[in-house]
Structure formats: C-alpha cells, structure tokens
Design a protein around this ligand. Structure first.
Ligand code: ATR
Length: 276
C-alpha cells in the first residue's frame, strides 16, 4: 500500500511541498503520496491523532504550528526541544518523533553556494530572533570559532536565543547597530518575513555598504529577489534566496522518512519550475 506523508499548516494552500514531494516520489520510484492539510488551531491535537490513526508515516510542520505541535508528539529530538520548534515529524515504532531540520537545510544551501565544506572564522550577522533564526543559529553554533551578531527589533529576544545555546562569540544587537556596521560581516542572513510578497518593498535594514564579496542570504523565496537581496547585489555581494533551503528541506524529509537519498538538484529544479 502507498505510504502517506503530509504537511500541516494554516494557511497551507500556497505550500509547494505537495508538488515537490509527489514529483520526487514519481522520479525516484517511491510508492507514496503527499497531501497538504489545512488545520485550525483548536483542532491541532485531533489532527495529530487523526494522522496517527490513519497511518500517516511522517509530516512537515509549518507556520504557525512549529512550537504548538510539541505537546502532541511522543518524542522530541533534543535540538528541536531546545529551539522549541519542530518542522519534520517521523513515525517510529508507532510514535511520532519531532525534529528540526530548518537550520541544517539552510546551512547545506549556504555551504554549497559558498563552495566550501564548513565555516571557520567568518563574521556573521543574523537578522531576526524567531523560529527560523533559532534553527539557523543552532546550525551555525557548531562552528566554534565563528563570530555571530544577532540583530533583532526586540534585542531581549536575541539575548534569549543566545542564552539558550551560548557560544563564545555571540552578541545581541539592535537593528540600527547592524545597519551601521554592515561592512564588517562576511555572511549576512535575513530570517524574518520582512520583504515577503506582498510587502516586497520592505527590508529589515538598508544595505548600502556590504563588504564586497560578502555572502548575503535571505530565507524568503517569494519574491525570488527581495529588496534586501537587491540592495546586497548592488553592493557587490553574493546573494542567495530561500529556494535552496526549501528544496533541501524537502529532500532531507524524504531521506529521513524513506531512507532514499533524493538529489538536491532535482528538488531545486522542480521548485524553480513550479515558481516560474
Ligand atoms: P518565524 O518563526 O517564522 O521566524 P517569528 O517567530 O514570528 O517568525 O519571528 C519573526 C521575526 O521577525 C522576529 O525576529 C521579529 O522581531 P521581534 O522579535 O522584534 O518581534 C521580526 N519581525 C517581524 N516583523 C518585524 C518588523 N516589522 N520589524 C522588525 N522586525 C520584525
């Protein structure tokens, strides 16, 4: 019988995961089907119980349920618990186990575009302190010598994020300071929803003098080039949008659920095709 996988969120109608996943199953001979479920807040518990009863083998969790889902899972991996956010769930011996692969997917995408296997002494600016920022900070924090400034409108949230997983060189700063010191960074990553369509005119800070050759990443993929990335490109920086991260997340989910390694490139090709 076909295996069943899913994504839950609210809203969910614009999710590209069903298209990406079902195409990957077809291309890789995986006997499975993927479905998107719109879940109302008050029905989250029932939704999880229902998926379990119906034999859903794994699901992706998206906005706004990444934290809310935690009490309804049987087991939560230590990293995901620390971040208080789950984005992938797998059924293992009848139990739903939650993980967070957001940061891992982003890091894979970054290193691939930077054409280097790891990070060492780079100075990094991370903008935002929400769920996505936490996951990215956690992925970055394993490179001990790096130096990270976390800039957020509410500085205390950036401080909390660092306190949860302290590393030697991590500092919480206001957005204004990040804007002033932008030329000091080798990597800048924008993790908030600022600049996402239909508000594509907005940026969290103005980029006017990014270091030439720096790497600027925005996790937004719609529009493909946010105003933030446009400004970075004009400064001579290398830029990356959120498409690779999304494609790699979906590839990681398939590998985790089925043990099959799906090509990241194929996943990205499907995504680019869907978006153009
Ligand atoms: P997610 O889980 O998707 O990362 P989130 O937890 O709601 O989303 O976090 C949103 C991030 O965007 C936060 O860093 C938030 O800043 P605050 O902590 O100060 O709220 C930031 N953000 C959202 N809207 C913003 C705005 N208009 N100006 C500045 N920062 C904003």
């Amino acid at each position: 019988m076909k295996k069943l996988f899913a994504v839950i969120g609210n809203p969910i109608e614009h999710s590209l995961s069903p298209l990406l996943q079902n195409e990957a199953y077809q291309l890789n001979g995986i006997d499975a089907h993927f479905h998107a479920f719109h879940v109302e807040h008050e029905c989250l518990r029932e939704a999880v119980q229902g998926m379990k009863a119906l034999g859903v083998q794994g699901f992706i969790v998206t906005v706004p349920f990444k934290a809310e889902i935690i009490p309804y899972l049987n087991v939560v991996d230590a990293d995901a618990r620390q971040m208080n956010a789950v984005n992938i769930v797998k059924k293992i011996e009848g139990k739903y186990v939650g993980y967070n692969y957001d940061g891992k997917a982003w890091l894979q995408a970054l290193l691939e575009d930077m054409k280097q296997p790891s990070l060492s002494t780079e100075r990094i600016l991370l903008i935002g302190a929400g769920g996505a920022a936490q996951s990215i900070y956690s992925a970055l924090s394993r490179f001990k010598p790096i130096d990270i400034d976390i800039a957020n409108r509410t500085v205390s949230k950036a401080e909390q994020l660092i306190a949860m997983n302290p590393i030697k060189r991590a500092t919480a700063i206001p957005l204004e300071e990040a804007e002033r010191n932008q030329s000091q960074y080798d990597i800048i990553v924008q993790t908030t929803s600022i600049g996402m369509a239909p508000h594509s005119e907005q940026t969290p800070i103005q980029l006017t003098n990014v270091k030439e050759g720096a790497f600027v990443s925005d996790i937004i993929y719609n529009p493909a080039e946010t105003k933030f990335l446009q400004q970075a490109r004009k400064c001579g920086a290398h830029t990356q949008n959120g498409m690779k991260m999304l494609a790699f997340q979906n590839a990681l989910a398939i590998e985790m659920w089925t043990g099959k390694k799906v090509s990241n490139k194929q996943m990205l090709d499907s995504l680019v095709k869907a978006l153009t």
